[in-house]
Unconditional design. Structure first.
Length: 267
C-alpha cells in the first residue's frame, strides 16, 4: 500500500477490498489522481472473483468534500474553460460514480466525517452508508454559485425525495448524522469508535453470502429503479436461469436441509 497515494487500497480481511480517500488535510477533497486511483481499485474489485465486497471510506475528519479547486490540485486547466470542466467531470468524478453504481458487488460507504457535494454523491452511489455520529452530510455547491454536477441531481432526489433534495441543494443545507438518517441519506448511524467494527461486521456477512445471488440481486434492484414492473420481472426470470443451476444454489439447499452453514464458492 502506497501511503502517499490519494486513494489507499488494502484488503482488511479475506474477501474485502477497502478504498480510503487519503487527503485528510483537504477533508478528502478529490483530485484527478484520486479519481484515477479509485477507478483502478474499482476495476480490480470487478475483475477479481475473490473480492466479494468493497468498502469506501476516508481518513481524518472528512470523507470527501467534492473536487479540490485550490491551485495545484490538478483541476486548474479544466476550471479555466467550460469544455475543460465538462471533460474533467466525465473522466474523473462521473467515471467514479458510474463505476461504483454499476459494480456488481456490494459497496459499503463508511462515512467517517464530512461528506458534502461530490463527496455525498460518492456515498450515495454506494449500496449502504454507515455514518459516524460526528459526520455532516449535505450539499453546499450553490453557496459558491455551483451545481450538484457530480451526479447529485440524479442521486439526491432518488434517495431523499425531490422536495428535500431541492431544499438541500438550493439552500446549501448540511445535516447531522441523525438528521441524515431521517432523510434517508444514511443507512445507519453509529458512534465514531464503532464505525470500523460495524462496517467490518457487515462486510464479513457479505463475504459469507452467496456471491452469484448477491450480484444478481444488486443488478435487478438497480435496474428496477429505472424500469417497469414487467421489465423487472423479465430480469428476474433471466437471473433465475443464471443463478438457479449454480453450485452455490445447490449448496444453499443442501446446507438448509442439513442444518449447517453453507460454504459458497461463487460457482
Amino acid at each position: 500500500m502506497n501511503d502517499h497515494a490519494h486513494a489507499l487500497v488494502d484488503d482488511p480481511y479475506p474477501g474485502a477490498l477497502r478504498i480510503t480517500l487519503n487527503r485528510p488535510e483537504r477533508l478528502g477533497a478529490y483530485t484527478p489522481a484520486m479519481c484515477e486511483q479509485m477507478l483502478a481499485a474499482l476495476r480490480q474489485a470487478r475483475l477479481d472473483d475473490e473480492v466479494r465486497v468493497v468498502i469506501l471510506t476516508g481518513k481524518g475528519r472528512g470523507f470527501c468534500t467534492g473536487g479540490d479547486v485550490s491551485p495545484g490540485a490538478g483541476f486548474d486547466e479544466a476550471l479555466s474553460h467550460q469544455m475543460g470542466r465538462a471533460r474533467e467531470l466525465r473522466e474523473d468524478a462521473h467515471a467514479v460514480i458510474t463505476a461504483i453504481h454499476h459494480l456488481d458487488k456490494p459497496v459499503i460507504c463508511a462515512v467517517n466525517g464530512i461528506a458534502v457535494n461530490g463527496g455525498l454523491a460518492f456515498a450515495l452511489a454506494c449500496d449502504l452508508r454507515v455514518v459516524a455520529r460526528s459526520a455532516k452530510l449535505g450539499d453546499t455547491s450553490a453557496r459558491v454559485g455551483l451545481l450538484p454536477d457530480e451526479g447529485g441531481a440524479w442521486l439526491f432526489p432518488r434517495t431523499m425525495g425531490y422536495d428535500r433534495a431541492f431544499r438541500m441543494v438550493s439552500l446549501s443545507e448540511t445535516y447531522s448524522a441523525a438528521e441524515a438518517l431521517d432523510l434517508g441519506l444514511a443507512t445507519e448511524v453509529v458512534d465514531d469508535d464503532q464505525l470500523e467494527p460495524r462496517v467490518a461486521d457487515l462486510a464479513r456477512r457479505f463475504v459469507q453470502a452467496a456471491p452469484l445471488a448477491l450480484r444478481a440481486v444488486k443488478f435487478m434492484m438497480r435496474r428496477g429503479l429505472e424500469s417497469t414492473l414487467d421489465s423487472s420481472l423479465g430480469d428476474a426470470r433471466q437471473a433465475v436461469l443464471w443463478v438457479g443451476p449454480s453450485s452455490d444454489a445447490q449448496e444453499g439447499k443442501a446446507a438448509f436441509l442439513e442444518r449447517r452453514a453453507p460454504r459458497f464458492r461463487g460457482q
